[in-house]
Write a protein that binds this ligand. Structure first.
Ligand code: GRF
Length: 191
């Protein structure tokens, strides 16, 4: 069976990119990572993409990012945002509705936006977590696909909480991607 083609957008470290790539290598995976696009040419994730022999790797600056990226997405079925630090324009988001997903380091709808782990620590919350959600025109507000809670202990700080959340991110994101792929395949919404 033909695997769904995935593009991953990154801006930095790329640890979620790595976990998505590794899980796509599993025999049962419904997806294949075809393309990696970074809006930051210095992103460490670009090295990870190269090391894993992803067929198409691009670096596109923010100016006219969406227009330029579209040229490379012709055969792509799903886009995963993985630490991608740019708000995509509404035209792009609408075009990719139900095929564009993101991971956020909090148990949404709590702690949207930047420094989510820091927000959770400052709020003295008893838990936070991570969420994979569809992207809509508002930040971190689209329909939730999968999420996982992480307890916050008295001794936790932003750094220790971020580490605990990241461990869960690396499990949750690949699972959520398979769920989205399964849904698209069963609804036959394949390009
Ligand atoms: C992750 O914590 C993710 O939830 C957030 O940005 C961070 C990206 O980390 N959106 P990495 O680049 O995947 O290592």
């Amino acid at each position: 069976m033909k695997k769904l083609q995935v593009a991953i957008f990154i801006s930095g470290r790329g640890s979620n990119l790595e976990s998505l790539i590794q899980s796509s290598f599993k025999k049962k995976s419904l997806v294949e990572v075809q393309t990696v696009i970074s809006n930051n040419f210095k992103a460490k994730g670009l090295v990870i993409a190269k090391k894993n022999k992803i067929p198409s790797i691009y670096s596109i600056p923010n100016k006219n990012f969406e227009k330029k990226a579209m040229k490379y997405l012709k055969n792509v079925d799903i886009i995963c945002l993985a630490g991608f630090m740019k708000v995509l324009d509404s035209k792009f988001v609408t075009k990719w509705r139900s095929r564009l997903i993101n991971i956020h380091p909090s148990y949404l709808p709590a702690f949207k936006g930047l420094k989510a782990q820091d927000q959770a620590i400052k709020a003295k919350a008893s838990y936070s977590g991570c969420s994979v959600h569809y992207v809509n025109s508002q930040i971190d507000s689209g329909e939730i696909i999968l999420q996982k809670k992480v307890q916050i202990l008295m001794k936790d700080n932003t750094e220790s909480l971020s580490k605990k959340i990241l461990i869960e991110e690396h499990k949750v994101y690949p699972r959520a991607l398979q769920m989205v792929a399964k849904k698209l395949l069963s609804s036959q919404k394949i390009r």
